[in-house]
Design a protein around this ligand. Structure first.
Ligand code: HEM
Ligand code: HEM
Length: 188
């Protein structure tokens, strides 16, 4: 007897509702965290608390997004030259790395400098590691640098999405947007 092959499942036309919700919530929060970045000791404490709280939300949502992504079917990429597919995959990979590296360097730097995380509603999370101020300072600087680099990457990614929509007209942008049931990659 032959084992029954599972019915081939068509890839979906769009990213799922929850994947889209994660994507757009993370995008808005990354931009907000960047706009509220502390610039030196004269930054008001409330701005620091908003920055750190929003940044922590980015970290938690990115973990949830990545876990959800494991079992969530994604749309098929449009046909494109191999180098472009490689470039797109690398850009997405770098964005995922940044979503973790930016908040984690912030936490490590803050704790190594001997400071607690200071979040909204008076939440303070004391360091879990021994201080090493010089290292903490370098890692905090790296955090600021990575945070800005991430914004440039996201900007490039957003431009690519707009090029897909308006120049290549392949519906990639629509696949990350809620909408009609027609195939967004066929009718863009
Ligand atoms: C996606 C999330 C985040 C982004 C895009 C981001 C971005 C930035 C940027 C660009 C700076 C440098 C500001 C400047 O020097 O002009 C900065 C500084 C800083 N960020 Fe974040 N950040 C994020 C998450 C976090 C988190 C989770 C914390 C929590 C500890 C945090 C704590 C800090 C602190 C304490 C500084 C000042 C560092 C210093 O003393 O030089 N950030 N951030
Ligand atoms: C900080 C901001 C952003 C971050 C961190 C981000 C991150 C990501 C990541 C990691 C993916 C890959 C999703 C996956 O395969 O699971 C993705 C996909 C996508 N993003 Fe963004 N994104 C941001 C902003 C934007 C903006 C502003 C636009 C539109 C103008 C956009 C449009 C898209 C589209 C269309 C896809 C699907 C690409 C495809 O299937 O090839 N993103 N984004």
């Amino acid at each position: 007897m032959h084992p029954v092959a599972p019915a081939p499942t068509e890839p979906p036309l769009r990213y799922g509702a929850l994947a889209q919700a994660f994507h757009w919530a993370i995008a808005v929060l990354v931009l907000a965290a960047w706009l509220l970045s502390p610039e030196g000791p004269r930054t008001p404490p409330s701005q620091r608390q908003w920055h750190e709280t929003i940044g922590m939300a980015v970290l938690l949502l990115s973990v949830a997004h990545l876990v959800w992504r494991i079992g969530d079917p994604r749309p098929e990429p449009p046909a494109m030259p191999r180098w472009l597919a490689w470039f797109a995959a690398m850009l997405h990979g770098l964005l995922y790395v940044a979503l973790f590296a930016v908040p984690l360097t912030a936490i490590a730097g803050t704790w190594l400098e001997g400071h607690p995380l200071t979040l909204l509603a008076g939440v303070r999370i004391a360091p879990w590691i021994e201080p090493d101020r010089a290292l903490g300072h370098s890692i905090s600087e790296l955090h600021g640098w990575l945070g800005t680099a991430m914004l440039w990457l996201a900007g490039l990614h957003a431009v690519a999405a707009l090029v897909h929509h308006f120049v290549l007209r392949d519906g990639v942008l629509l696949s990350m947007l809620p909408g009609r049931r027609r195939d967004p990659r066929a009718d863009a």
